[in-house]
Design a protein around this ligand. Structure first.
Ligand code: SF4
Length: 255
């Protein structure tokens, strides 16, 4: 027996043909099935792209990959909140359900955005641990268990962009890199091997677009789907950059 019922759900999607096109809204009615998420509703629209007014239209575009809130690709603004479409369950959303692209990033088409500014920021802060060669370097230094535990929490970042979308200081007129890349600086500086490049990473966030652009609105920590303590990271980095500033001035032999 089919699980489908006669109930329908309504989605209002903000669409956009291309990066420079004007946005517009289209509304769709989708047959309800138990346990649907926003992705399955979008897939139903894609199979039958007809608006609530009965007009044939193009299939809305969106990105998705892992479907288990690990890749961050399906981030969009759902009923006013930036989050992943894969974990947005229809039964838990008020209707009609409004889907919009994250406006902090340039819109490519419909719900697809270009998150390059986040990846560029990760490059700027060197959010990786450089190793010399591909040969076996051995197990490396151990991390204290309490440090490993909080560092693990920071490592859950999936570069989804929700924290940048929620931050009032990240926008097209600002070069602020946003909370996620900052938190990655704290993560990689905490690693025993990554600490070798600590000063380099701190210098990258002491300049334009770095820490000083944070207005401490604390929206980021409210929306992060992984519960990453972003404001704690930012506070810790504020302390570390002050110490780095003294080191730069007096020389690292003295501090
Ligand atoms: Fe997404 Fe959280 Fe990472 Fe920001 S810190 S990009 S909200 S996972």
């Amino acid at each position: 027996m089919s699980e489908a019922t006669s109930k329908t759900i309504r989605l209002i999607i903000t669409r956009q043909e291309g990066p420079k096109s004007a946005p517009y809204e289209e509304s769709f009615d989708v047959p309800y099935r138990p346990n649907m998420n926003v992705i399955s509703a979008l897939m139903a629209i894609r199979r039958h792209p007809v608006t609530s007014k009965g007009e044939q239209t193009s299939a809305p575009q969106w990105e998705m990959n892992c479907l288990e809130e690990v890749c961050g690709a399906c981030s969009m603004v759902i009923n006013g909140r930036p989050r992943q479409a894969c974990t947005a369950l229809i039964d838990k959303l008020d209707q009609p359900i409004h889907l919009k692209p994250m406006r902090t990033f340039p819109v490519v088409r419909d719900l697809v955005v270009d998150r390059s500014r986040m990846f560029d920021a990760l490059k700027k802060v060197k959010a990786w641990i450089p190793i010399d060669g591909t040969y076996d370097l051995g197990p490396g230094p151990r991390m204290a268990e309490n440090k490993r535990q909080w560092a693990y929490e920071l490592s859950k970042c999936m570069t989804c962009g929700c924290c940048l979308e929620a931050c009032p200081n990240v926008n097209s007129k600002s070069d602020f890199m946003g909370p996620a890349p900052l938190s990655q600086v704290r993560l990689f500086n905490a690693h025993p091997t990554g600490a070798m490049n600590k000063a380099e990473r701190l210098h990258a966030i002491m300049g334009s677009g770095g820490l000083a652009s944070c207005g401490n609105s604390q929206n980021c920590v409210e929306v992060c789907p992984k519960g990453i303590p972003l404001t704690t990271s930012i506070a810790a980095l504020n302390r570390e950059t002050v110490v780095q500033g003294f080191r730069d001035f007096f020389g690292s032999d003295y501090i």
